[in-house]
Design a protein around this ligand. Structure first.
Ligand code: SAM
Length: 228
């Protein structure tokens, strides 16, 4: 009996850190995207608003990555694919673009629009809140635009992103900082992470301290390049 109690106590003690690590840092942040009733057209309208810094500046953002023909890039949290045409062109027919998202309807929207545009080097991938579902050492770049603040399990997904990158590969985070008087109050409430928090979490995950690239039209957003 004593032995059984001891075994039970040991099991609980071993399981505790795992349970603690699996706590969501922002429960519910992805409810809209995980809903089967999501309307991709309506989402696309919002994502392609010229008032969105990442959309309005997407050509400059994409150019700052430094993509070359033949490279493989994963656009994690691709949404409706605002970056896919420009990434597709930059890596060329010998390259690969993986559009990863947790929303199947949004991925179906990307598949349809790529087909309509005759783009053949973009592959959609269903990810999850803890994995981007790509093989280890498979991509040169992991790119995220307005996605980092949606990561519910940063430790898990950052470890997975790092594993998917080739040595020396880049992890690009484009997101918005919390700038008093500039960042909209609704955005401040919505997003958990300011720039400082992103840097602290990503470096803790094993990436090198980032280079920040200035994007001329960014007022509240930032572009950080972390290397594996
Ligand atoms: C604000 S949208 C940004 C979409 C797109 N990157 C853009 O800039 O237009 C956030 C996207 O991240 C996706 N997302 C959230 N958590 C994710 C995760 N762990 N892995 C992949 N995608 C995720 C959501 O489904 C949603 O499409």
């Amino acid at each position: 009996m004593t032995m059984r109690i001891l075994l039970f106590a040991v099991t609980i003690a071993l399981a505790a850190p795992v349970c603690a690590a699996a706590q969501s840092v922002r429960p519910g942040i992805n409810d809209t995207y995980l809903s089967p009733d999501i309307n991709p057209e309506a989402q696309n309208k919002g994502f392609t608003s010229e008032n969105r810094e990442t959309f309005a500046n997407r050509m400059e953002v994409a150019a700052a990555i430094g993509l070359k023909p033949g490279m493989a890039i994963a656009d994690v949290g691709a949404g409706t694919g605002i970056y896919e045409p420009v990434f597709s062109k930059a890596v060329g027919v010998s390259g690969k673009v993986y559009a990863v998202d947790i929303s199947k309807p949004l991925l179906a929207f990307i598949d349809k629009s790529m087909k309509e545009a005759g783009i053949t080097n973009v592959t959609t991938v269903v990810g999850s809140d803890k994995t981007i579902n790509l093989p280890p050492n498979s991509v040169d770049v992991v790119f995220t635009s307005d996605v980092y603040h949606h990561f519910e399990y940063p430790d898990a997904i950052l470890g997975n992103i790092r594993a998917a990158l080739k040595d020396g590969g880049q992890f690009i985070v484009v997101d918005y900082d919390h700038v008093p008087g500039v960042t909209a109050p609704s955005m401040l409430q919505h997003g958990r992470t300011d720039k400082k928090t992103v840097i602290a979490e990503v470096t803790k995950a094993g990436f090198q301290p980032p280079e920040e690239v200035k994007i001329s039209g960014f007022k509240s957003s930032f572009f950080l390049r972390f290397k594996k």
